[in-house]
Design a protein around this ligand. Structure first.
Ligand code: PHE
Length: 451
């Protein structure tokens, strides 16, 4: 059971800005910089962006507030938080901890690729616009045995080094440095990208919605993207909310964090797609957009070598502020529930996640013949398990839990600090979390399983 000593000595965010930057740091990650631009590119550009916005407004803000409220109210990790409110609901938090563990195992593999690409950029390896050469460079990296594992290890070591410092002295401290640096770098890149001759076509593709392109597939892609990008459905914001003080303004935070996350996703689209258009590449390039198409883009633009380094550094910063939140979900559980010291918990959990990431990395190379289910290799199977099953299921259970178990009134009381903080749209929020959100999420969940 949770031990009260740990709860009493619980670390807290030392400032409001620190909390917002850490939570926005969790949300802003590979989901924004890598997944959002290529998913938009593959799903009709502006059409996807519009649907993304609609779902963000309806589901994103709602669940962000819900998770923060549960965390702040209970001051416990994801499992303890659900269990404290209702004994038989701890397993929902448990699914979240599992999701955090699994996501980080493959997220860190991609984080390792990013570090490798910083080295490549710094040593001038992108000196070509030949897509075959660049494709082979990326394919060669991810399919080799040792290199990606070593870089995955470096990425996990960075994550471990920050989380071991705790909330205010680790996660918050680094987020306060990395996030502003990230904002400056992305604005630099956007400026470079949209001022290239011919960039306007890309801006148009990205921002001008063609409503005829909206279909079931686009809606589904957008719904999944909202979850992943906002770090929702796995107790991450429950955990971060548990380190909030009782007088923090939750409705305001729950508005700001998604706004910052969406701002960066839009900037990422504006950084990448106009350059892709301006230099005559294909925007529907998929997951390789950042690792194959972009290096070609950099090779073609003035001062490209410098911008390449800045770009991949920025992606690394974003990935690290997300990976620390994933590790923290598991560590908080182990510290609260098993009574382990933070240093021991962080080290052992990080090592275990590193080990699980190894087969994920190998599945892109020597183990590519091994499939787990649905013909998916380890890397893709772990992604499917989390994005299509654990996150939607966690989000669905969260809505049911608040709407029908804990009760909207209790949640609103906590969100408003007992009526002291303004939350004008509380009735609308309650209606969405009770009815609309569970139906919308149930839809992605079921279609994800049968689709
Ligand atoms: N939101 C992060 C991103 O966009 C990923 C993430 C998902 C982080 C779930 C924490 C929890 O990259």
């Amino acid at each position: 059971m949770n031990n009260s000593v740990e709860t009493q000595n619980r670390d807290q965010w030392s400032s409001k800005v620190g909390f917002i930057l850490a939570a926005a740091g969790s949300a802003v990650g590979l989901g924004n910089l890598w997944k959002f631009p290529y998913t938009a590119g593959m799903n009709g550009g502006g059409a996807f962006v519009i649907v993304y916005f609609a779902i963000l407004l309806l589901v994103g803000f709602t669940l962000m507030l819900a998770e923060l409220v549960i965390g702040r109210s209970t001051q416990l990790n994801a499992v303890g938080a659900y269990r404290k409110i209702n004994k038989s609901w701890g397993w929902v938090g448990g699914l979240g901890v599992l999701a955090g563990f699994v996501i980080l195992s493959y997220y860190s593999v991609v984080g390792g690729w990013v570090i490798n690409y910083i080295v490549k950029a710094a040593t001038g390896a992108f000196n070509t616009t030949d897509m075959d050469v660049l494709g082979n460079m990326f394919g060669g990296l991810i399919s080799s045995t040792w290199t990606p594992i070593v870089y995955h290890g470096i990425f996990m070591a960075i994550t471990l080094a920050i989380v071991i410092g705790g909330i205010s002295g680790g996660i918050e401290k680094f987020s306060k440095i990395l996030m502003p640096a990230l904002f400056i770098m992305i604005i630099l890149i956007v400026f470079r990208s949209v001022t290239l001759p011919g960039a306007a076509e890309g801006v148009k593709f990205f921002l001008q919605p063609d409503f005829s392109k909206i279909n079931g597939k686009v809606i589904l892609a957008a719904l999944g993207q909202v979850f992943f990008s906002l770090s929702l459905g796995m107790g991450c914001m429950v955990t971060y909310g548990s380190y909030l003080s009782k007088n923090e303004n939750i409705p305001q935070s729950a508005t700001l964090i998604p706004l910052l996350d969406t701002g960066v996703a839009l900037l990422a689209g504006l950084a990448i797609l106009p350059a892709v258009f301006a230099l005559g590449f294909d925007p529907t390039g998929g997951p390789g957009l950042v690792f194959i198409t972009l290096p070609a883009v950099f090779a073609k633009m003035p001062l490209g070598a410098l911008f390449a380094i800045i770009f991949f550094l920025l992606v690394l910063f974003a990935a690290v502020t997300s990976s620390i939140s994933l590790l923290e979900v598991v560590v908080a559980y182990v510290v609260d529930d098993w009574g382990w010291k933070r240093s021991k918990a962080t080290t052992i959990v990080a090592a275990a996640i590193f080990l699980v990431g190894i087969p994920a990395s190998l599945s892109m190379g020597p183990w590519s013949h091994i499939t787990l289910f649905r013909g998916l290799g380890v890397f893709d199977a772990l992604g499917f398990l989390t994005d299509q099953i654990l996150l939607p299921l966690g989000g669905l259970m969260l809505c049911i839990f608040i709407g029908w178990v804990w009760g909207v009134d209790n949640a609103v009381k906590e969100a408003t600090n007992n009526g002291k903080v303004k939350f004008a749209i509380a009735p609308i929020w309650g209606f969405i979390i009770k009815y609309i959100a569970p139906i919308a999420i149930g839809y992605i969940f079921i279609s994800g399983l049968i689709g």
